[in-house]
Design a protein around this ligand. Structure first.
Ligand SMILES: Cc1cc2nc3c(=O)[nH]c(=O)nc-3n(C[C@H](O)[C@H](O)[C@H](O)COP(=O)(O)O)c2cc1C
Length: 178
């Protein structure tokens, strides 16, 4: 049976909550495994019919070693390895099944609209998914936090559940070849 794989990076836990909510939303369509990028498999099995990836915006982009270190220094984040995350995983993982449908999400501050428009983590995730050989199945989704250390803005977890449901329906109705 085909399944979804959701790979996330999360410093303060918000993107992790979103990843699990997406899995809940997908549940009617397919089982979903949720895994942190640091623990994600080097090779993505052919039974993965949907790959979803996501994480926070750091300095308008995906987290990097320097921005993870800033989170440690400035926000007391508990990260044991600042060199391992979603960007690094997407850069080294192998996809067995070329064309596997995929989607990206990110979390971002709900501050000034002009500033959040500059956030491009999900866009970079999509580029890396393309390099991996995946096919983007749906536009990226963005989820808002109320501060650097969270929590998520009201209703965002429910919105993530809904997005998961929509992704599942796209695949099961054949709107996106699985
Ligand atoms: C070093 C650092 C840089 C950040 N830069 C941005 C940014 O450019 N844009 C933004 O919207 N949020 C920024 N944030 C806030 C993060 O988006 C927020 O911490 C994240 O969405 C929370 O998700 P998490 O709990 O999964 O880590 C930054 C946070 C940190 C720690």
């Amino acid at each position: 049976m085909t399944r979804a794989l959701i790979v996330y990076e999360s410093i303060f836990g918000d993107a992790r909550v979103i990843a699990h909510a997406i899995a809940d939303g997908l549940a009617d369509a397919m089982p979903a495994d949720v895994v942190a990028a640091a623990d994600a498999p080097a090779e993505i099995d052919p039974d993965v019919g949907l790959l979803v990836v996501g994480g926070p915006n750091h300095a308008f982009g995906m987290p990097r070693p320097t921005t993870r270190q800033s989170a440690v220094d400035q926000n007391d984040a508990h990260i044991t390895d600042t060199h391992t995350g979603l960007h690094e995983w997407l850069g080294s993982a192998r996809l067995t099944q070329r064309g596997t449908p995929a989607a990206a999400f990110d979390t971002r501050g709900s501050g000034h609209p002009v500033l959040t428009r500059m956030d491009h983590a999900a866009k970079t995730e999509e580029k890396l998914l393309g390099k991996l050989g995946a096919t983007i199945a749906a536009p990226a989704e963005h989820f808002f936090v109320t501060g650097t250390e969270g929590p998520l803005a009201e209703g965002e977890e429910e919105r993530a559940r809904y997005w998961g449901r929509v992704l599942g329906e796209l695949l099961t109705t054949g709107a996106v070849p699985g």
